[in-house]
Design a protein around this ligand. Sequence first.
Ligand code: C2E
Ligand code: MG
Ligand code: MG
Ligand code: MG
Length: 287
Amino acid sequence: SAKAAGSNQWAFFKQQMTERAAVRLRTEASLHDALKNNEFLLYFQPKLDLQTGKITACEALIRWHKDGRLISPISFIPVAEETGIIIPIGRWVIEQSCRVLRDWQKKYNFAIPIAINVASQQFADASLVSDIKQMALRYQIQPELLEIEITETSLMNDIELAINKLEQLKSAGFGIAVDDFGTGYSSLSYLRHLPITTMKIDRCFVSDLPGDSAIASTILMLGKQLNLTIVAEGIENEMQLDWLKRNQCQIGQGFYFSQPLPQAEFEALYIANQTATISNIDGLRGA
Ligand code: C2E
Ligand code: MG
Ligand code: MG
Ligand code: MG
């Protein structure tokens, strides 16, 4: 009967919900263990000056080394956000990035900025600004070497709060980038009031290039008007690169140049790129 079918469906739905909750609980518990057992690591993806082909910065991207496999942040950051464990994970990312910056200074005397991703909930956390300041102080890091990437959506959750936090971070000297720009619902009038230094064009608009360039053009124009550095994410081929160079996009990152790399591999790539005599993209691509 219809009634029986309906109640079956309900039972099925309840079972699914319970399973989802159980999966979330298990994942939360293993994320706690992961922190305790030091199972997270940072990979680094270079950001290049598109005109010169030189690496000017990098983005730190978290990985979870679990049972001999590397787990992508896409599959655990959302759970970490739902359960609140993103806060200590985020602190670990800040501290680890500071450690790496200090190592680079000591070992090679090189100073290139690291960009770290800050999740919505972490951005809303009252201790974020003091956490970052304290860590930079503890590791003796110039604040200019740390850049905070925040998605457009996180900023728009509470604009007053965002302006206030960003002012504090900016006045302390940290860089601020809006990540995945164009995918959220920014109010353009507020964008003017946000003390940001950089906007990253989301890779979905880069992948449309060169054919469908309306959004990328608009973001580049906006960046020029607001005096912001524009970074193109997800550059995968030469046609996209050519378009971006022609349209004065300053900085880019993507698989065309390099995947995110383990620290030692990134260091080797950076050193090779700095000493390369060919001052173009081919220097990095080994062509
Ligand atoms: P995101 O910050 O927008 O990072 C860019 C993502 O695009 C990275 O994925 C990167 O590997 C990938 N990517 C770079 N170039 C290309 C390309 O040419 N083609 C394609 N298809 N992909 C490219 P990843 O490392 O899997 O990170 C995914 C997202 O997870 C990040 O997006 C960020 O939102 C989040 N995430 C990563 N690390 C952290 C972290 O430490 N903390 C927080 N809160 N979130 C993180
Ligand atoms: Mg990012
Ligand atoms: Mg992004
Ligand atoms: Mg993203």
